[in-house]
Design a protein around this ligand. Structure first.
Ligand code: EPZ
Length: 429
């Protein structure tokens, strides 16, 4: 089984190019099935979740061609099935975006219940509430089905701020009759990106990025050429890796505004942040200081950056408190981190962190995508060798994570078995 073997201790130094946003890409791929015309998408990350979504839309009849590592051409005029329950779709949580997309265009959709990272209960009641309000009948029997004679725009108030529900309702409403208003909508950059993508196909969506989105349904969507925004979380992960290793890293091809909540916390922790138009440089020259964090919907501090900052705070002076308010089981990695010497107590949704001087190398297992990346950061700072197992989770959302880290000076390799681990240790003795 593939794993990363890491020798810690090197500060990360240099520049790293950030790819397209995975969570925008997943929804945009579903939305690409809403037109019979050809769609060209650029800045598509080559991660296992986006690749599974490409396979999923291909399996229902869409023509998919990778025109480059990060560009794809899609034509969905020959879609032959509105129901999808194969392994590709079961692997990813974002498979549910095909519900909104196919329901919007074909007025019928069926998708196997969503998979994805095990970070909490992750209900989809708000998606269902939205589809139902638009006039669909939704049933769940292993697979979720939604169908409607006709979709009619409605005023929908979301009970919780949900990225997935906001995007899903937006897609279905884009081709409904009349006007839909989504109140208490999610404001994440990828919500805006999906709205921009749909608008570039002829949809009429206003207000994305605020908490009220207004959608006037159109009869037809057309082809487009579109470039996905940079991945806020990939960028943030490298920023935290720079801080934790006492490094100096410039993350390039980013939108600094999307990173403000992360930059602000790094400043509180004693790092220097230098922003330019499309890059952010993080410099850490002295031991990090403690701070307190609560994860919140955008523009608050993102839940997808919670494990990475907890790892960094585990090395900071003083006591830090991190409160996870979005997902209830997002501290599972703390047990692994404790085995590397961290002093963290989790009480419900709060982690109380007493910073230690240093982590020590250990064999740890990634419990989910972002926690996996965070354990790699811990290993990069640790004394000695570490092995991070279950890297399939990390590869769901990070393209070439090990290669990009190596280019910044990290001693990390992806290996297959124990013999390779020994070889790595000899090479880096
Ligand atoms: C998206 O998940 C992302 N996934 C997650 O990224 C991210 O952590 C999350 O948004 C929050 O930013 C994708 O885009 C594929 P939500 P999603 O609906 O849409 C509750 C990563 O690491 N809720 O915004 O599933 C829910 O339980 C991943 O890349 C309901 O109660 O998240 C949670 O507490 C992991 N009912 C909160 O809302 C619903 O119907 C926010 O969830 C829907 C959600």
């Amino acid at each position: 089984m593939e794993r990363y073997v890491i020798k810690g201790g090197n500060p990360l130094v240099g520049e790293v190019e950030i790819g397209g946003a995975k969570n925008a890409a997943l929804a945009i791929l579903a939305a690409a099935t809403m037109t019979d015309e050809t769609v060209y998408i650029d800045n598509m990350p080559d991660a296992s979740d986006t690749n599974a979504m490409l396979k999923a839309i291909e399996s229902i009849g869409a023509y998919v061609e990778r025109t480059g590592r990060h560009s794809v051409k899609i034509n969905a005029s020959q879609i032959r099935s509105y129901s999808i329950e194969n392994d590709y779709i079961k692997k990813i949580r974002a498979g549910y975006y095909l519900l909104g997309a196919l329901l919007g265009k074909y007025k019928q959709a069926g998708v196997a219940l969503p998979g994805g990272c095990h970070i909490g209960l992750r209900p989809i009641d708000q998606h269902i509430k939205g589809f139902t309000a638009l006039g669909a009948k939704v049933t769940i029997q292993g697979i979720i089905k939604a169908e409607a004679e006709q979709l009619v725009g409605k005023h929908i108030y979301l009970d919780v701020v949900s990225v997935g529900a906001t995007i899903n309702i937006m897609m279905a409403a884009a081709m409904a009759e009349g006007k839909t208003i989504i109140e208490n909508a999610a404001k994440e950059p990828h919500v805006v990106d999906v709205a921009n993508f749909l608008n570039s196909m002829g949809a009429n969506i206003k207000g994305a990025g605020t908490d009220v989105i207004r959608i006037r349904g159109v009869e037809k969507l057309h082809g487009t050429e579109y470039t996905i925004i940079p991945d806020q979380i990939e960028a943030g992960t490298f920023m935290l890796a720079a801080a934790a290793t006492m490094g100096d890293v410039t993350v390039k091809n980013v939108i600094p505004k999307h990173l403000e909540s992360i930059s602000a916390k790094l400043v509180e922790m004693g790092c220097q942040i230098h922003e330019s138009d499309d890059a952010v440089r993080v410099v850490a020259t002295r031991r990090l200081q403690n701070t307190h964090i609560k994860t919140l919907p955008y523009p608050g501090y993102p839940t997808d950056m919670q494990p990475q900052i907890t790892v960094a705070l585990g090395l900071a002076s003083g006591i830090s408190i991190v409160t996870e308010s979005i997902f209830e089981s997002r501290f599972k990695y703390v047990d692994e981190l404790t085995r590397m010497g961290a002093n963290i107590k989790v009480e419900g949704s709060t982690a109380i962190i007493e910073g230690v001087e240093r982590y020590t190398g250990a064999t740890v297992s990634a419990p989910d995508l972002r926690a996996g990346a965070a354990l790699v950061i811990a290993a990069l700072t640790a004394e000695g060798y570490s092995t991070v197992e279950e890297i399939k989770y990390i590869e769901r959302g990070y393209e070439d994570f090990d290669i990009k880290l190596r280019e910044l000076g990290a001693q990390i390799e992806k290996v297959d078995d124990d013999r390779d681990v020994q070889k790595f240790k000899l090479k880096h003795a």
